[in-house]
Ligand binder design. Structure first.
Ligand SMILES: N[C@@H](CCC(=O)N[C@@H](CS)C(=O)NCC(=O)O)C(=O)O
Length: 221
């Protein structure tokens, strides 16, 4: 099987798909094609028509030309290629809880930090950021910090974001931590359960590889 991913190598959203690929032993089967976000290649009419109407990466293309965009959709596809749905849940209840907690990690952490980046910082530059609202961006940053505190409280009671096992929900929270690091959002040091969890998930080669990759191209973005 050969898979193609339209990618931004330093991006915290594509990093989540790389973690899932490594978990499923599929990293070597993927060809990555770089989309230059600084040049707005993800906002062209062609990209939106062929790959993702939302104008974001990553996007997966299968051998037969089938397109799957959105991190959770891509991870769900990858997790269903074998008989062990280790990332998205093996029982109906696990599937529900994992999706619930994955969306929570996105809505309360990664996506709001991303909104802060695109609205209250120069983001991807004036050619790409055609509308910015600094006040909204700062409001979202505060929400993201509250979200991290919520996950710290949750992780005082359970080892992983969706319960006893590592899952797609942990990958989503790692995405939030990576985004925070990339744009220098400081995670409060008193969130000790969150940091203990971050250390624990880095015992997995899939996660450690992504953190050790650091930020490519010599710059953070
Ligand atoms: N909801 C999307 C979000 C993806 C996303 O925001 N990706 C970033 C790359 S790390 C992006 O394409 N940003 C460009 C932009 O928002 O202009 C998903 O889960 O795939």
């Amino acid at each position: 099987m050969s898979l193609k991913i339209y990618d931004w190598p330093t991006g915290p959203f594509p990093a989540r798909v790389r973690i899932a690929l490594a978990e499923k032993g599929l990293l070597e089967q993927v060809q990555f094609e770089r989309i230059n976000l600084w040049k707005g290649e993800h906002k062209t009419a062609e990209f939106k028509a062929k790959l993702s109407y939302s104008g974001t990466v990553p996007v997966l293309e299968l051998e037969d030309g089938t397109i799957i965009a959105e991190v959770n959709a891509i991870i769900t596809f990858l997790d269903n290629l074998d008989d062990d749905q280790s990332l998205t849940g093996r029982t109906p209840a696990q599937k529900g809880i994992i999706l619930n907690m994955t969306r929570r990690a996105e809505l309360e952490v990664q996506e709001v930090i991303s909104t802060y980046f695109h609205n209250a910082t120069p983001g991807l530059g004036p050619d790409v950021e055609i509308y910015q609202n600094k006040e909204w961006g700062l409001y979202q940053l505060a929400k993201g910090l509250r979200g991290l505190r919520h996950f710290d409280e949750l992780l005082q009671k359970q080892p992983y974001v969706a319960g006893d096992e590592f899952s797609m929900a942990d990958i989503a929270l790692v995405g939030g931590m990576l985004f925070a690091a990339m744009i220098d959002v400081e995670v409060p040091s008193d969130l000790t359960a969150l940091f203990a969890w971050y250390k624990r998930v880095q015992e997995r080669p899939s996660v450690k590889q992504q953190i050790d990759r650091g930020f490519l191209d010599g710059s953070k973005l």
